[in-house]
Design a protein around this ligand. Structure first.
Ligand SMILES: *[C@@H]1O[C@H](CO)[C@@H](O)[C@H](O)[C@H]1NC(C)=O
Ligand SMILES: *[C@@H]1O[C@H](CO)[C@@H](O)[C@H](O)[C@H]1NC(C)=O
Ligand SMILES: *[C@@H]1O[C@H](CO)[C@@H](O)[C@H](O)[C@H]1NC(C)=O
Ligand SMILES: *[C@@H]1O[C@H](CO)[C@@H](O)[C@H](O)[C@H]1NC(C)=O
Ligand SMILES: *[C@@H]1O[C@H](CO)[C@@H](O)[C@H](O)[C@H]1NC(C)=O
Ligand SMILES: *[C@@H]1O[C@H](CO)[C@@H](O)[C@H](O)[C@H]1NC(C)=O
Ligand SMILES: *[C@@H]1O[C@H](CO)[C@@H](O)[C@H](O)[C@H]1NC(C)=O
Ligand SMILES: *[C@@H]1O[C@H](CO)[C@@H](O)[C@H](O)[C@H]1NC(C)=O
Ligand SMILES: *[C@@H]1O[C@H](CO)[C@@H](O)[C@H](O)[C@H]1NC(C)=O
Ligand SMILES: *[C@@H]1O[C@H](CO)[C@@H](O)[C@H](O)[C@H]1NC(C)=O
Ligand SMILES: *[C@@H]1O[C@H](CO)[C@@H](O)[C@H](O)[C@H]1NC(C)=O
Ligand SMILES: *[C@@H]1O[C@H](CO)[C@@H](O)[C@H](O)[C@H]1NC(C)=O
Length: 713
């Protein structure tokens, strides 16, 4: 009897193991990943959960699935989740488990890139700023304090996933994890510490025993069994392959566009070019391609890194609002279907490669019995070309690949776009054009005496603000005794923007850009004999997110002086400076919907070009489900809140090379809005701007012909 029970138990356990595939989890060989023992060719897309809202997730994931994706890839955002050491936040947009469960519910897999350094055009590359104040810390090298916190957070995330049963080895959707991120870019800066750290990171990750493989992207020396993967736009051409014949060829970031900075133009990568390089990678044995980004979304609040605009990868197959961007989304969907129709042969067949002409070549995957797939490649970027393949003639478009899932019929050519273009259209739903719509709160320009924090040097900005604000006031007081009455104020800054005030009167500003580390403000100023107050507002538009020794970066003012001539100047660099972190309005939290401090608001009465003013208005939620956006093209620079939630920074005055703002439309997620009562809109404006031209819009996409008729209607 007991023996019989034992037998039944053993049978039940092994049956369960068989169904769930617990024993295999995810494995791999030189050809592909194997999920529960099944070989897989996978299309994947990056969607970052905090760059949209939980309400948007089901639709985004659904559109990714419909677009032919098998996997959703996301980074994990350490600085959102651990704002203070040991204090965690996984609520709302930060609800990683809910995001993964939504992906699972729709039948897709997950690639979890824990990092926890992620770069990602995310402020401080995802590091919580408190790391900076850990004694003796050096990030991303063989440094004990750093390794402690990195291991602590990585363990926290892995344990959380395990507790929810989310790894494929537990029957969950997570099939891959990433440790570190493009580390090889900085490895050499750390000497012997670099390779030691790579070894440690791999070992640490493996010890967490997830039952699914780890990857290190752009890391040629990834230690076994961690898989080194490719990031870039042309991995079929550039990737020398994994560092072992037993590892599959995976592409973790196929850039569908490129991040955009203030002053920069959007990077448009064509659907044809993306399709060409994906197909080439598959023809050359690739078995996993991830689109970075598939949906970029929005850098809400102050989460964008230095100079990066608020919209993220708006040119991806799903645009910032989650709307289909055509023809990109449709063209890739057809590509995925063409490849999937023959993926079994691609994964089981034997590959051969042959020339079809001077600039033409072919790849064939052939199974012993039956299946045969061919890729016919034309690398001639100008001319159509006829090639002979197996006694038939095929015409190839310039720079294209034809896919023949049966080695006979072409079902897809990467340059032949079958999807109709669409256009995004904004419908004006509300204006704010009456002065009576607005209230204001004038921020205060502090003088030396108003600011308690003193120092005899120019303090480093990040370490002073602790990333609590973009703004740091540097104030000083000086006795003027030079011979000229209108000297030049010269300020060298390593922050991003500087605004100068003498005795609280604004005298001008200057800013830098993404590609140079410092800028100089030079302005004539009127000073009086005797005591003068100088207040400089130094502004950062996001913290840096890349490069070695991030903890040692210097931001803020470097040098301040008044010059009458080259010979005659007054240096203020070593004067006594007093500091204020943040604006008064930030301290009072005037952007909050309900605050006991709202006596501070006064009627607008007049439009001025005054600096540092907070503005408040209200609006109704537009009917329907279409996404909502504010048109801020009439404004200067600042940040916007809706019902107390920041929808991001704006910087209209920083024009691109064609003379336009890099971003004028700002996404207001539907879930930030109210059903019944009015919504509260608050802006802080640094540089003037005309509030009365702000509009509230809804956003739709329409195909080319429709959009034409609409705009003429
Ligand atoms: C991580 O550090 C916190 C304190 O910051 C501690 O409470 C916790 O036990 C640590 N966890 C691990 C896995 O080391
Ligand atoms: C693809 O894999 C096959 C079999 O392992 C190998 O012979 C061939 O060289 C590989 N081709 C490329 C382009 O990597
Ligand atoms: C394309 O065709 C033109 C005209 O036939 C020829 O002059 C040119 O060399 C061709 N380009 C390439 C890259 O073969
Ligand atoms: C191509 O044609 C030749 C001669 O007509 C024939 O011998 C050969 O088998 C054909 N090849 C294929 C792949 O059909
Ligand atoms: C594929 O091509 C063959 C011969 O060229 C043809 O007989 C067959 O009908 C085609 N199949 C499809 C599905 O188009
Ligand atoms: C092109 O579009 C048509 C109509 O939408 C569709 O029937 C056809 O299958 C598409 N072609 C490819 C290669 O997907
Ligand atoms: C469709 O959009 C692409 C850019 O994405 C453009 O190059 C092409 O000319 C457009 N086609 C039509 C018919 O408007
Ligand atoms: C950073 O600021 C702290 C005070 O908050 C100070 O003790 C420390 O010396 C500063 N570190 C650097 C590198 O400036
Ligand atoms: C600034 O204010 C001081 C008194 O606080 C005054 O002596 C000085 O003349 C003023 N300077 C200017 C330029 O107005
Ligand atoms: C400020 O003081 C530092 C030393 O404390 C010195 O190296 C530097 O030259 C001084 N700068 C100026 C402009 O006087
Ligand atoms: C009101 O201002 C005080 C600082 O003066 C601040 O501590 C408090 O949080 C503010 N209250 C609200 C509700 O914003
Ligand atoms: C509004 O501005 C005008 C001209 O700039 C000025 O004459 C008027 O006094 C201002 N009104 C108020 C209430 O500030």
């Amino acid at each position: 009897m007991e023996k019989w029970m034992d037998f039944v138990m053993v049978m039940m356990v092994s049956l369960l193991t068989f169904i769930v595939g617990e024993e295999d989890g995810v494995t791999y060989d030189g050809r592909s990943l194997l999920i529960h023992g099944q070989r897989k060719l996978l299309f994947s897309g990056s969607i970052h959960y905090p760059r949209s809202t939980p309400k948007m997730w089901p639709d985004l994931i659904g559109k990714a699935k419909e677009g032919g994706l098998d996997v959703i890839q996301t980074y994990v955002f350490w600085n959102l989740h651990e704002p203070q050491p040991g204090q965690y936040d996984f609520s709302g947009r930060y609800d990683l488990v809910r995001f993964i469960k939504e992906i699972q519910a729709q039948g897709l897999y997950v690639c979890l890139r824990i990092g926890p350094f992620i770069e990602s055009e995310w402020t401080y590359g995802g590091f919580p700023f408190w790391l900076h104040d850990v004694p003796g810390i050096v990030y991303r090298t063989d440094n004990e304090p750093f390794k402690f916190y990195m291991q602590n957070f990585t363990t926290k995330i892995v344990n959380m996933m395990k507790a929810e049963g989310l790894y494929a080895s537990q029957g969950g959707p997570i099939i891959l994890s990433q440790i570190e991120n493009e580390y090889q870019n900085v490895e050499r800066s750390f000497g012997v510490g670099g390779p030691q750290y790579v070894q440690w990171a791999a070992k640490m990750a493996l010890s967490l025993d997830t039952g699914v493989p780890w990857v290190m992207c752009k890391q040629t020396d990834a230690p076994d069994p961690v898989i080194n993967t490719c990031n870039g736009m042309r991995c079929g051409e550039t990737f020398p392959g994994p560092n072992s014949p037993n590892k599959p060829k995976l592409w973790t970031e196929d850039w569908t566009s490129f991040y955009q900075v203030y002053g920069g133009l959007p990077y448009i990568r064509s659907a044809q070019d993306i399709a060409f390089h994906v197909t080439l990678f598959i023809a050359r044995n690739g078995s996993y391609v991830n689109y970075y980004m598939y949906h970029g979304g929005t850098n809400f609040g102050r989460t964008a890194s230095a100079y990066v605009i608020t919209a993220y990868y708006d040119q991806a197959p799903l645009d910032e609002y989650g709307l289909l961007r055509q023809p990109k989304w449709g063209h890739l969907r057809e590509l995925h279907a063409a490849i999937k129709s023959c993926s079994s042969t691609l994964l089981q067949g034997v590959q051969s490669n042959f020339s079809l002409g001077k600039l033409q070549e072919g790849y064939v995957f052939e199974e012993e019995h039956g299946g045969c797939v061919a890729f016919l490649i034309n690398n001639d970027g100008v001319n159509n070309t006829n090639v002979q393949f197996r006694n038939k003639t095929y015409e190839l478009l310039p720079k294209s690949i034809s896919i023949l899932p049966d080695c006979q019929n072409v079902t897809f050519n990467t340059a032949n776009v079958n999807t109709t273009n669409n256009t995004r259209i904004y419908f004006n739903r509300q204006n704010f054009s009456s002065i009576d719509d607005w209230e204001k709160f004038e921020d205060v320009i502090p003088n030396f005496d108003d600011t308690p924090l003193r120092s005899n040097t120019l303090l480093e900005q990040m370490n002073t603000t602790k990333d609590k604000s973009d703004y740091l006031w540097y104030t000083t007081r000086f006795e003027y005794n030079l011979s000229c009455s209108e000297p030049t104020l010269v300020v060298e800054s390593r922050a991003h923007v500087a605004h100068a005030f003498v005795n609280t009167t604004y005298i001008g500003g200057a800013h830098g850009n993404h590609d140079v580390k410092s800028f100089t403000l030079e302005l004539p100023v009127t000073v009086n004999e005797g005591t003068n107050n100088l207040s400089i507002l130094s502004v950062m538009v996001g913290l840096p997110d890349s490069g070695a020794y991030l903890e040692k970066r210097f931001a803020g003012l470097r040098d301040v002086e008044l010059q009458c001539s080259e010979q005659e100047s007054l240096s203020l660099t070593n004067s006594t400076w007093a500091y204020q972190v943040g604006l008064l309005g930030e301290k009072l939290q005037v952007y909050k919907e309900q605050n006991s401090n709202d006596t501070e608001w006064t009627p607008l009465e007049n439009i001025t070009t005054q600096m540092l003013v907070w503005y408040k208005s209200t609006f109704e939620t537009p009917e329907g489900d279409d996404p909502v956006a504010l048109d801020l093209s009439s404004m200067g620079k600042g940040e916007v809140w809706v019902n107390g939630q920041s929808i991001g920074r704006y910087w209209i005055l920083f024009h691109d090379s064609k003379g336009n703002p890099s971003q004028s439309m700002y996404h207001v997620p539907r879930s930030f809005l109210k059903d019944k009562s009015e919504n509260v809109l608050v802006l802080v404006e640094e540089g003037g701007g005309n509030l009365l031209s702000i509009t509230l819009n809804t956003v739709v996409v329409a195909n080319f012909h429709q959009s034409r008729s609409k705009s003429f209607a």
